[in-house]
Design a protein around this ligand. Structure first.
Ligand code: GLA
Length: 350
């Protein structure tokens, strides 16, 4: 272990410092988690396909492993994404050979959330109840709710009411945890407006929603002004904010929007020079400066992974043209040592 101070302790007066963790390698991160983090999020282990692969058959081994490690480390859990259009078995949407009715889907959501809450409530302080229900692009001619929500199986069968059903069930079974809606591209002004509509609708329906989860996956250079504006817009809805899935691709350091990536961007990404890799750390410093300045509304900043040896970004191609390269998107290096920017973040928190 290095002899720098603890990141989480240094940030206690601002917000919690969290990391996404996975059952298959959480042991390898125990030292760094104990030292620098005070929140964890199961990366995949609380998703539907993991916990209820078939209706009524619950599988909690991998989830239990994360929770027992978190308990041992004295860290509470940000639970993640029971209701999401991905990583959910096809059975959810079927009733025999027919489409499931909305009522059947709501019953299934209720039973699933009940089972998760009964098992894990004591250790969970916040839930991403619904993940990514808002559309990225509005299709030509789409109107009303179709211009707001993602055209997922849930939406096709239930309209936006599956979101309501999920929040109501979570409120019933987890009255003490904070309930969040979570999404990506949440600082894009048009998408942000759609997310605001989702949140307002839940509130109008009398549902409890306590917070907005801002994922903050960065493939392109952050638009710092839109980030500030988005924090303000979500906070004005009376919500607490969590940064839920922060990570920064090498491409984010190129200083512009890389979608679609130019020939030049692709060449530069393939080369991944030490200077370009180091730019990831500069971005972290700027982002944290903004997060600190809004610590009256931000309660937690979670990176999507602990250290650069294991990151989903290594296998993710954000655009057809972009090559897969080794990424260095987190605050700790491949040997789990804090990067230079961690000490700077700690100093900036004094
Ligand atoms: C989304 C989800 C996360 C995770 C990441 C990529 O942002 O919310 O659960 O799957 O994608 O790993």
């Amino acid at each position: 272990m290095s002899n720098i101070l603890s990141l989480a302790k240094s940030y206690e007066k601002y917000f919690k410092i969290g990391a996404a963790v996975a059952a298959h390698n959480i042991e390898s991160y125990e030292d760094v988690l104990r030292e620098h983090f005070n929140s964890v999020t199961p990366e995949n282990e609380m998703k539907y396909s993991e916990t209820e692969p078939e209706e009524g058959r619950f599988t909690f081994e991998r989830t239990d492993k994360i929770f027992s490690t978190a308990r041992k480390l004295g860290i509470k859990v940000r639970a993640h994404a029971p209701v999401w259009h991905n990583q959910t078995g096809g059975w959810m949407y079927k009733d025999g050979d027919h489409d499931a009715s909305p009522e059947l889907i709501y019953q299934r959501i209720d039973a699933h959330i009940k089972a998760l809450c009964e098992r894990y409530n004591d250790d969970v302080y916040a839930w991403d109840v619904v993940n990514e229900a808002v559309t990225d692009e509005v299709e030509d001619g789409a109107q009303g709710d179709a211009a707001i929500y993602r055209s997922s199986e849930y939406f096709k069968l239930c309209g936006a009411d599956f979101i309501t059903a999920a929040f109501r069930a979570m409120d019933k079974y987890s009255p003490n945890a904070q309930l969040f809606y979570n999404d990506y591209n949440e600082c894009d002004p048009k998408k942000r407006e759609r997310i605001v509509r989702l949140i307002k609708r839940l509130k109008e329906q009398g549902c409890r929603i306590d917070g907005m989860g801002m994922q903050q996956h960065y493939f392109s250079c952050p638009d710092y002004d839109e980030l500030k504006r988005s924090i303000e817009v979500y906070a004005q809805l009376g919500l607490r904010l969590h940064i839920t899935e922060l990570d920064v691709s090498i491409m984010a350091g190129f200083g512009h929007n890389v979608f679609p990536p130019s020939e030049e961007d692709i060449k530069r990404l393939k080369a991944s020079s030490p200077e370009d890799i180091a730019r990831v750390e500069d971005i972290y410093l700027k982002l944290f400066e903004i997060y600190r300045s809004y610590s009256d509304v931000i309660d937690c900043v979670t990176t999507w992974g602990v250290a650069d040896d294991y990151t989903w970004m290594d296998g993710f191609v954000p655009h057809d043209n972009a090559p897969v390269v080794k990424q260095y998107p987190l605050l700790f290096d491949i040997h789990h040592a804090p990067k230079a920017c961690v000490e700077k973040l700690i100093n900036a928190a004094k």
